[in-house]
Design a protein around this ligand. Structure first.
Ligand code: BTN
Length: 230
């Protein structure tokens, strides 16, 4: 069994990006489970070149160095673990945005060098962000657990325990748990090259979309997904 996640831990009051710090540690040989957390990020990275912002001291901003056999599963394992930490109301919008009542409370960014045997799992979770902290343009789409700043550390420990279980879980169990929280099933979706209705994920974690020319499978790396309608 792999050693516990979260050791060693580097906490920074302020940094550019915890993923960047963790990447440098991984390149320097940091072990599986090494954790970087920050109170504030000045250059937080999101998926597909986007940025990730959060008010200081109100969100979990963390990155873990993972040395696992199958890094392709990490995005789904992380989605399930974050959703489980958030609670029964959490749903996962493919590939791994965690939503509560349709609003995104957590984002996950996996970066790494599979051939060198490591990946960095970055998670931003809006634990104690106040709704008014979100810029007006994000207020419809962004969500928060609306807890107190004192809840950050207990939430981190809960998340690390939950992640530890899911990082050790096999593909079948991960896919089954992911499917139970699928936010898109039955919903109309669109991406740069088409549109259709989401019908679930396949056993490799690809999004299945029913279109007028049949069911197609989308890979997370390639697709900017938009949800159509409400
Ligand atoms: C997304 O676009 O949904 C993914 C957002 C991931 C943000 C987290 S915050 C901690 C870690 N450090 C980063 O620079 N990004 C990730």
């Amino acid at each position: 069994m792999a050693p516990a996640l979260g050791h060693p831990r580097l906490h920074l009051r302020r940094t550019d990006s915890t993923n960047e710090r963790a990447r440098r540690l991984a390149e320097a040989g940091a072990p599986h489970g090494a954790l970087v957390t920050a109170g504030e990020q000045t250059a937080g990275r999101g998926r597909q070149g986007r940025t990730w912002t959060a008010p200081p001291g109100r969100a979990l901003l963390l990155s873990l160095v993972l040395r696992v056999e199958d890094p392709a599963l990490i995005p789904l394992q992380a989605g399930v673990a974050v959703a489980e930490t958030v609670g029964d109301a959490a749903r996962i919008k493919w590939p791994n945005d965690v939503l509560v009542e349709g609003r995104k409370v957590a984002g996950i960014l996996v970066e790494g060098r599979p051939r060198e045997g490591w990946a960095v799992l970055g998670i931003g979770l809006n634990v104690a962000v106040r709704p008014e902290d979100f810029p007006p343009a994000l207020r419809e789409a962004a969500g928060t657990l609306d807890r107190a700043p004192e809840d950050l550390d207990p939430t981190l420990h809960h998340l690390l325990d939950t992640l530890e279980r899911w990082v050790d879980a096999d593909q079948e169990a991960v896919i089954a748990a992911w499917r139970e929280r699928d936010a898109l099933e039955g919903q109309p979706v669109a991406w740069s090259e088409g549109s259709g209705k989401a019908v679930g994920i396949d056993d490799a974690g690809r999004l299945l979309v029913g279109t007028s020319s049949g069911t197609i499978a989308l890979e997370a790396g390639e697709v900017h997904l938009r949800r159509l309608g409400a």
